[in-house]
Design a protein around this ligand. Sequence first.
Ligand code: DC
Length: 234
Amino acid sequence: MCKITIAIDGYSSTGKSTVAKHLAKDLGYVYVDTGAMYRAVTLYALRMGYFGESEKNVAALVADLPKINLKFVFNESVGYSEIYLNDENVEKEIRTLQVSAYVSPVAEIQAVRVKLVEMQQEMGKEKGIVMDGRDIGTVVFPDADMKVFMTASTQARATRRYRELLDRGEEVTYQEVLENVESRDYIDSNREFSPLRKAADAIEFDNSDLGLQDQFERLHGYALRLIEERKKFK
Ligand code: DC
């Protein structure tokens, strides 16, 4: 079977991972949430006290990078892979507002990016992968067969994220979530290394007013067309 590489990039809380997971499941592809990898490194830094309100010890985190072991393990009951930090399932812990507040400064560190990009390229060597993040179509897989850049209004994204956090029982205000979304957009788009940017050959996909099923059907149709095309040229 002809397998392709699908790169999905975009702003935070655009619902990239929901659509990417669904797409991977339907195509029988591997799904990789690269944001989870940056979040797991951030959780490590917070637990070690390297990052905090008055602390930003980049050197200590960089020195510890060889000790940070990340892997994804498929969980049958939920139907997708969950992230493990040094053999501990941290899928829940990495989604808190505290981790969200520190993840952008951690993701700015070049040594962190080099390590994670290398791991991501290794995971995608055989194609048949749907990977979502910020630099997948630009840096990780510049030759990806299908590139999507997801956008949605700031308010639509903050509302989605706020509902998600409330559902998980976190005590947050809409304003806090909105500020976090705005500040992450700013740092992610303006950092020196691999800033969030639409690849020239990516299709832009604004989902502010689209339901999940609609989004899935459009992207799934696009993926199937690309797979058919690749088959013809094989
Ligand atoms: O997709 P997410 O919101 O879980 O990602 C968390 C953070 O990680 C986000 O603020 C930016 C960073 N990130 C990145 O810099 N590069 C990626 N490929 C994925 C995420």
